[in-house]
Design a protein around this ligand. Structure first.
Ligand code: AVJ
Length: 326
């Protein structure tokens, strides 16, 4: 061992949030990853977003699932008994519709929600098991890849994997393909995937959904700075940043940014880091990709799935795809 003593950073400096913030804020352009949104306050703000008049996403998908749940479950089961696995289940509010349909069809069902948040999974388990005694909830606390591996090992019979809520929209096309290929690798022929994607639509409507009049999405975005202040002892003044939603036509995505309202310096004490912002410089905090039918089907096909059936709302704002593992 060398006797040279290095300047010591707190243990927090090697945590996931520390690495994300260090890498993102020393990069150009500056970025922070969307998983940082979801601390306790951020998860509550997201729940509030899903009820905003401008945020059509959640309620449109729920309408589709409410209308077609029985058909979806019947097509996925193909006469067999089905278990249901969900990626990034969170509090699993829309899933009840599908679980209900499965119970109606086969009497009982086992539900494997996969999420990194143990508390979200416990909430989901408590709520679902009290509302629907015919549902057995087997939570898997893990990321998607590890969670699918554990689900596979559990020998869950014929499986329907839910990847709904347009969560796939946070990934670049290349990363989305990797994610779906990873899911496919853990499935057997006969298993299927239910994928929910938000579709390209009128730009003003998209922008309003990510920049609502009540300012909830702005607070959701800004909460990232509040979280970094608290967890990494940083000096962000949220009043010196502005929420921004942009439509990036070339990449077919909504982008969320935090724009610096002046030239300023911010310190992140736990990382011993000073960050300079110029006037108008932004931190890019989220991509939300919007799909065409052609792109969604191409993604599923390239990931090793065969499209079985699809359902949309009358306006074609949102689509739910059922695809079988080849
Ligand atoms: C949870 C990724 C589906 O992209 O619409 C909502 C997150 N961000 N408003 C989305 C979000 C701002 C949401 N997803």
């Amino acid at each position: 061992m060398s006797a040279i003593s290095l300047p010591k950073l707190p243990a927090i400096a090697s945590s996931a949030i520390a690495m994300e913030v260090f890498n993102g804020l020393t990069e150009r352009p500056k970025t922070l990853s969307p998983w940082l949104f979801y601390d306790q306050a951020g998860s509550r703000l997201f729940e509030a977003i899903t009820e905003l008049p401008e945020y059509y996403v959640t309620r449109t998908e729920r309408q589709i699932l409410a209308k077609h749940a029985a058909e979806i479950i019947a097509a996925a089961a193909g006469g067999c008994d089905l278990s249901i696995t969900e990626l990034g289940a969170g509090t699993a509010t829309k899933t009840g519709l599908l679980l209900n349909a499965a119970v109606a069809q086969q009497g009982s069902v086992t539900y494997y929600p996969i999420d990194v948040s143990e508390t979200a999974l416990e909430d989901a388990r408590t709520r679902l098991e009290s509302e629907m005694p015919e549902v057995t909830v087997e939570p898997i606390v893990a990321d998607y890849t590890e969670g699918m591996r554990q689900n596979n090992a559990a020998g869950a019979g014929r499986r329907l994997v839910l990847y709904i809520g347009s969560s796939i929209g946070n990934f670049s096309p290349a990363d989305a393909l990797d994610v779906l290929r990873g899911v496919r690798a853990q499935l057997s022929p006969g298993d299927s995937l239910l994928l929910g994607t938000d579709m390209v639509k009128d730009t003003r409507m998209l922008l309003a959904a990510y920049d609502d009049a009540a300012g909830v999405t702005a607070r959701f975005n800004m909460n990232m700075l509040v979280r970094i202040n608290r967890e990494l002892d940083a000096s962000f003044n949220p009043h010196l940043f502005r929420h921004q939603a942009r439509w990036n036509e070339q990449h077919s995505r909504i982008e969320m940014h935090l724009e610096s309202l002046l030239a300023q310096k911010v310190t992140v004490r736990a990382l011993d880091l000073q960050v300079r912002f110029s006037l108008g410089e932004t931190i890019h905090t989220e991509n939300s990709y919007k799909f065409t039918d052609q792109r969604a089907v191409a993604l599923l096909t390239r990931a090793g799935f065969k499209l079985q059936q699809q359902w949309s709302d009358p306006n074609k704002w949102f689509t739910v795809y059922l695809a079988a593992a080849n």
